[in-house]
Write a protein that binds this ligand. Sequence first.
Ligand code: SF4
Length: 184
Amino acid sequence: MNPASGQDKLRLATCSLAGCFGCHMSLLDIDERIVEVLNNVEYGRSPLTDIRELKNADVGIVEGALCNEDNVRVLQQFRENCRILVGVGACALTGGLPAMRNHFGLTACLREAYLEGEGVVNPGIPSDPELPRLLNRVRPIQEVVKLDYFLPGCPPPADAFYELFSTLLEGREPVLSRELAPFD
Ligand code: SF4
């Protein structure tokens, strides 16, 4: 029984915005303890399940920064549908690696990637309406929504994910030790 919600299992949703899935891989790195977590968690929307629908999750885990309008839409959907929202990883906290493009500006990055960069063939900036519009600068997620908890690191250690799940399943506040919350 999940004491926080009164449900049998903790309903969990996860997403990767502008991230590399490394934080998701670290989540899976809790080794055999994954069996204990799986027995107590019901997975909803997540790249780990390929479920697309998101509603009424107990915990939402968000990896990655915001680099386009679709990232912002998904993040807001997670905030609206997750009772507890947890940002994981340096990209979510500060913009991380994706935010390196902020040093050059969006136009300069597009020119380098699609028009003038070494190895570019058939130059042309993609403009299909199906493609989400890029933001002028990459943003950390807490600039757009309020987070309840944050796991730092690139990626956060597997033990930090386990500590998060354990405490939430017991209905306690997650408090990470210094070892589990390293600075980059
Ligand atoms: Fe990947 Fe590190 Fe960013 Fe996580 S914080 S998405 S591991 S680059």
